[in-house]
Each structure stands twice: as C-alpha cells, then as structure tokens.
Design a protein around this ligand. Structure first.
Ligand code: GSH
Length: 209
C-alpha cells in the first residue's frame, strides 16, 4: 500500500498515527502542498479534490478522506480497535474526532486560506486571526467532550486521539493558547509518550523541512 502524504498535513498525520497503531507496512509518497504538487494532473487523477491523504492499495484501488482510510485500515486489521467497546463511549469518541475533522480542519485548509487571500484580499494578520479563531473555538468544544484516562476516551488511544493530536500540533504551530484546555494537554502528554504518535509526528517524517 502507498500513502500519499505531506509531513505537515494534519489529515495525513491522522492516517500515519493509525498506520503506526496497527503496525502496518505502508510506503509513503510525499506530495509537497506548498509547491502545489497536489494539483498536478497525475495526483489529481488519484484525488479529485487535490488533497492529501490518499491511500493506494496494492491492486491500484484508491481511497481518499482520512477518516475513510482509517476505517479501512481498522477493517483490514481490527486489533488494536480504534474505538472503545462501549457503544456510548465509541459514539462520544467519534463525536470528538468529527469535531476536529468537520468543524475545525476544513475552515483553515490551504485552499480555503488561498481563496481568502485571492478573493477577499485577506492580509496576513487577518489570516492568522481566522486560523486561530476556528482552532480555539473547536478545541474548546473538544475540551468539554473528552475525559482523559489517560487517552481521550480510555486507557488506549482511539479515533479521538488520532484526530486531536494533529490539531494540537496545528494549534502550537499557529500560537493558539491551550492554557484553558487542561484535558487536551493531559491527552497530549499521554500521546507524546506513545510510540505510534512519536513515529507519526511531522518532524519524524523523511520529507520534514
Ligand atoms: N477531509 C479531508 C481533508 C484533507 C485535506 O484537507 N488535506 C489538506 C492538508 S491537511 C490538503 O491536502 N490541502 C491541499 C490544498 O488545500 O490545496 C481528509 O480528512 O482527508
């Protein structure tokens, strides 16, 4: 299998964490987003929206969307599970993950930022404020949804941690204060010591700059 990836893509970072948790062997092919490689016709043929990640199976089948890829990997190798066994906790873990993936991430995606600059003349300060606003609002909501023990929903990492940690990385990258989020900081500390999260970290990737 091949993962089309970019070291600083938080959606791809989610998939890298899942791959490491499952102990799967997946080749990585970096797509340099700031150089626009995602818009190259050869990559767009794999990802119609020209975004990473994309997973290419050994028979050439393509799967886009990080959460769909993670679902596939979970079906391919069910252990360790990526959701708690309890149905209510599983739904809550999914809700925390979706808060990151649906309510924060799309608002500050590169093509959204480029559209704000190009079509609305947004300057650097406005872009920074835009990013920080959605990250802070979304993470404050996640703070209220999780119950560290020590991971977001129990003794083992789940989909909630898989989505949360890349967003915490982004929050730090854009100087969003996490002082009001002690639960998120506790989960972050637990994940920072976990081998799968260490292996998936952006700075541990060969294409890191
Ligand atoms: N919902 C998608 C989001 C993927 C996505 O937005 N990827 C970003 C990087 S984190 C991207 O490739 N952006 C390229 C661009 O906006 O041009 C997923 O979860 O896979």
């Amino acid at each position: 299998m091949i993962l089309y990836d970019y070291y600083r893509s938080s959606a791809a970072y989610r998939v890298r964490i899942a791959i490491a948790l499952k102990g799967l062997a997946v080749e990585r092919k970096p797509v340099h987003l700031l150089r626009g490689e995602q818009r190259d016709p050869s990559y767009r043929a794999k990802s119609p929206l020209a975004i990473v990640p994309t997973l290419e199976l050994n028979d050439g089948t393509l799967i886009t969307q990080s959460l769909a890829i993670i679902d596939y990997l979970d079906a391919l190798k069910p252990a360790p599970p990526l959701l708690p066994g309890d149905a209510v906790l599983a739904a809550q873990a999914r809700a925390a993950a979706l808060t990151v993936a649906c309510e924060i991430h799309p608002l500050a995606n590169l093509r959204v930022i480029e559209a704000l600059q190009r079509e609305f003349d947004a300057n650097d300060d406005q872009i920074t404020g835009w990013r920080r606003r959605w990250i802070a609002e979304g993470l404050n909501a996640v703070e209220a949804l999780i119950a560290p023990a020590p991971f977001a929903f129990g003794a083992e990492p789940s989909l909630a941690d898989i989505c949360l940690i890349p967003q915490v990385y982004n929050a730090r990258r854009f100087d969003v204060s996490l002082d009001a989020c002690p639960r998120i900081l506790a989960v972050d500390a637990a994940c920072a010591a976990h081998p799968a999260f260490i292996a998936a970290h952006p700075q541990a990737q060969p294409d890191a700059e």
